[in-house]
Design a protein around this ligand. Structure first.
Ligand SMILES: NC(=O)c1ccc[n+]([C@@H]2O[C@H](COP(=O)([O-])OP(=O)(O)OC[C@H]3O[C@@H](n4cnc5c(N)ncnc54)[C@H](OP(=O)(O)O)[C@@H]3O)[C@@H](O)[C@H]2O)c1
Length: 329
C-alpha cells in the first residue's frame, strides 16, 4: 500500500476543488488504526462536500466520506489487530479527519466499531450514517414513549437514505407510516415496498398557518426542516415525538411553543456524528439484528470511486431514490 486512491477536497479561491488522487498513509490525519476500506457510502453530507455545494470540510485538503467499512491493516491500539472487520460512521471523518472515500483510512480507535455479528461489510455501508441515524431516531422516540396507538409516523424525505431506512424500521416496529414525498408517483412502488401505508404529495400538502392544526400524526421523522418541520409541529398528536434530523429543504424552523405546551409534543434532536460510545454500539447491534431493514431494496447501487462525483451531483439535485455504496477493495 505505498500509494492508493482517495477523493480529496481542496480549498480553491473561495470555493473547493475535488480530485481523485494517489496518496499514502503518511498523508492521512493521525489515528491509531489503519483500515483497508472495502466500502464507503454516499450521504447527503458527502454529496455537499464532493460537489462543493455545502461547506462540510473543517480542514482542507481533506479526504471525503463520512462512512467506511473494512479490515484493520495495522493498529497501535491493543483493542484492534490486523484482520479485524470494522466500521466507522460520523465521528468527524470526512469533515475534520480524513474520511472513507479512500482505499485506506487512518482513524482514532475511539471511532471504530467492531463489525457486529449478523452484518457484512457491505451491509454496514448499505446502512451507513443514513441507516444509523434513522435507527437513532427510532431509539430516541421509543425511549420517549412513542407507541403505535398514538397514530401513524410521518416520514419526510422518504425516498432519501435516512427516510427510506426510517420507513422500514418504523413499519417493522409495528407503526403505521406515511411517506411525505416529492415523488408520489415515480416512487410509489418503492415506498410501499418499504412499508408506507400512506403516500402524501409534499407539493400539494396544506401546511396550515395556525400554531396548531388538526392533529393527524402520531409522531414524525423529519429530514427536511423549514416549513415542513413547522407543519409537523402543528399536526402531531398529544405526546408525540418529532425526530429532527435534516435540512434538505431549509435549516430554518419558525414555530411556536403551543404544540409543546398544549399537546406535550417533543422535538427530539438527532445527532449521529458524536454521541456516547455505548449508544453507538447498541444501535449497531440492533441494526445487525432485529432492526435490519430491506437493504437490497434501499441500497441496490454500487459505484466506483471514479463515479462518485456524478453520483453526488444527482443526490444534491434531489433526483435519487435510495442509497448508493462505494466499492473500494
Ligand atoms: N442529524 C444527523 O445526524 C444527520 C444524519 C444523516 C443525515 N442528516 C441530514 O438528513 C437529511 C437527509 O439525509 P439523506 O442522506 O437521507 O439525504 P438524501 O438521500 O439526499 O435524501 C433527502 C430527501 O429529502 C427530500 N428533499 C430533497 N430536497 C427537498 C426539498 N427542497 N424540500 C423537501 N424535501 C426535499 C427528497 O425526498 P422526497 O423526494 O421523497 O421528498 C430527498 O430524497 C439531510 O439534510 C442530511 O444532511 C442528518
Amino acid at each position: 500500500m505505498t500509494t492508493f486512491k482517495a477523493i480529496r477536497v481542496h480549498q480553491k479561491d473561495k470555493g473547493t476543488e475535488t480530485r481523485i488522487e494517489d496518496i499514502s498513509v503518511a498523508d492521512l490525519s493521525a489515528g491509531e488504526v489503519v483500515i483497508q476500506v472495502h466500502y464507503s457510502s454516499l450521504n447527503y453530507k458527502d454529496a455537499l462536500a464532493v460537489t462543493g455545494k455545502g461547506r462540510i470540510m473543517r480542514r482542507m485538503p481533506c479526504v471525503a466520506g463520512i462512512d467506511l467499512s473494512g479490515v484493520v491493516a495495522e493498529s497501535t491500539d491493543p483493542a484492534y489487530k490486523a484482520g479485524d472487520k470494522v466500521l466507522v460512521t460520523g465521528c468527524d471523518i470526512g469533515e475534520l479527519h480524513d474520511g472513507g472515500l479512500s482505499q485506506y483510512a487512518r482513524v482514532a480507535a475511539s471511532s471504530v466499531v467492531p463489525l457486529p455479528p449478523g452484518l457484512s461489510l457491505k451491509e454496514a455501508m448499505q446502512l451507513g450514517t443514513a441507516g444509523f441515524t434513522a435507527a437513532l431516531a427510532l431509539r430516541r422516540m421509543l425511549e420517549n414513549h412513542q407507541a403505535p396507538d398514538m397514530g401513524p409516523i410521518a416520514v419526510t424525505g422518504p425516498t432519501g437514505g435516512v427516510g427510506s431506512v426510517a420507513l422500514s424500521l418504523f413499519k417493522r416496529a409495528g407503526f403505521r407510516t406515511a411517506a411525505i414525498t416529492g415523488k408520489p408517483e415515480s416512487a410509489r412502488d418503492y415506498l410501499q415496498a418499504l412499508g408506507a401505508d400512506e403516500i402524501v404529495d409534499r407539493n400539494t400538502l396544506d401546511l396550515g398557518k395556525r400554531p396548531m392544526e388538526s392533529a393527524r400524526w402520531g409522531g414524525a421523522v423529519d429530514n427536511v426542516g423549514g416549513e415542513t418541520l413547522t407543519y409537523l409541529t402543528r399536526t402531531v398528536n398529544p405526546w408525540g415525538n418529532i425526530g429532527c434530523i435534516g435540512l434538505a429543504q431549509s435549516h430554518e424552523l419558525n414555530t411556536t411553543v403551543m404544540p409543546l405546551i398544549l399537546r406535550g409534543v417533543s422535538l427530539l434532536g438527532i445527532h449521529s456524528v458524536q454521541m456516547p460510545r455505548a449508544w453507538r454500539l447498541e444501535v449497531w447491534q440492533q441494526l445487525a439484528g432485529p432492526w435490519k431493514p430491506q437493504l437490497d431494496l434501499i441500497a441496490p447501487r454500487e459505484v466506483t470511486l471514479e463515479q462518485v462525483p456524478a453520483a453526488c451531483a444527482e443526490i444534491v439535485a434531489g433526483k435519487v431514490t435510495g442509497r448508493s455504496i462505494v466499492r473500494l477493495a
